[in-house]
Write a protein that binds this ligand. Structure first.
Ligand code: 4NP
Length: 168
C-alpha cells in the first residue's frame, strides 16, 4: 500500500435491516468478499446494523449462516443497533425494505443525511423487478436462498456504481 492510498478518504458502506441477524450481515459478508476480490479493501469499508436492538451482540441467524456457508461465505459479524452517529461515519446507508428506510430516515437530521439512505434494490441488475429484500426470518429455506441471490446481484451492481462514481 502506498502513502497516496493510505491518505485517500475511505468509502464507507453500512447495510441496515431490522434485526441485523439475517439480511444486513449477509449483505456485509457478501460485499466484503466482492471488495477483497477487487482488491479494494484499502478503499471500501463495510459494516451492518439493525433498526432494532433486539439481537444486539448476537451472531447472524443460524439458518443464514448455513445458507451462506453453502456459498462459501462466513457470516460472523455481531449484531448492533443503528445509531444517529452512523450518518456521520458512513457514505452509503443501504436499507433492505421500506420499513428500514422510514425508521432510518426518522433519525436523520438534515437533507444530506437523508440522501445517504439508499434502497438495496436500486442496485439490482438481474432481478431489478424486486422492490425490497424480503425478510426471511419467519419463512422457510427458499426465503434465505432468495435473499442471498438478491444480495449477490445488488452488491455487484453497487460496486459498479461506486467504481463509476469514484473512478476506481
Ligand atoms: P433481519 O431479519 O431484519 O433480516 O435481520 C429479522 C430478524 C429478526 C426478527 C425479524 C427480522 N425478529 O423479529 O426478531
Amino acid at each position: 500500500m502506498n502513502s497516496i492510498q493510505t491518505d485517500k478518504k475511505k468509502i464507507r458502506l453500512l447495510f441496515v435491516c431490522l434485526g441485523n441477524i439475517c439480511r444486513s450481515p449477509a449483505a456485509e459478508g457478501i460485499m466484503k468478499r466482492i471488495v477483497d476480490k477487487n482488491e479494494l479493501q484499502d478503499i471500501i469499508e463495510v459494516d451492518s446494523a439493525g433498526t432494532s436492538g433486539w439481537h444486539e451482540g448476537d451472531l447472524p441467524d443460524e439458518r443464514m449462516r448455513v445458507h451462506g456457508d453453502a456459498r462459501g461465505y462466513d457470516f460472523s459479524s455481531k449484531a448492533r443497533k443503528f445509531r444517529k452517529t452512523d450518518f456521520d461515519q458512513f457514505d452509503y446507508i443501504i436499507v433492505m425494505d421500506d420499513d428500514n428506510y422510514n425508521n432510518v430516515k426518522s433519525l436523520a437530521s438534515s437533507s444530506e443525511q437523508v440522501k445517504k439512505i439508499r434502497m438495496m434494490t436500486e442496485f439490482l441488475v438481474q432481478n431489478a423487478h424486486h422492490k425490497y429484500i424480503p425478510d426471511p426470518y419467519y419463512g422457510d429455506s427458499s426465503g434465505f436462498e432468495l435473499v442471498l441471490d438478491l444480495l449477490e446481484d445488488a452488491n455487484e451492481g453497487l460496486l459498479q456504481a461506486i467504481k463509476k462514481k469514484y473512478s476506481l
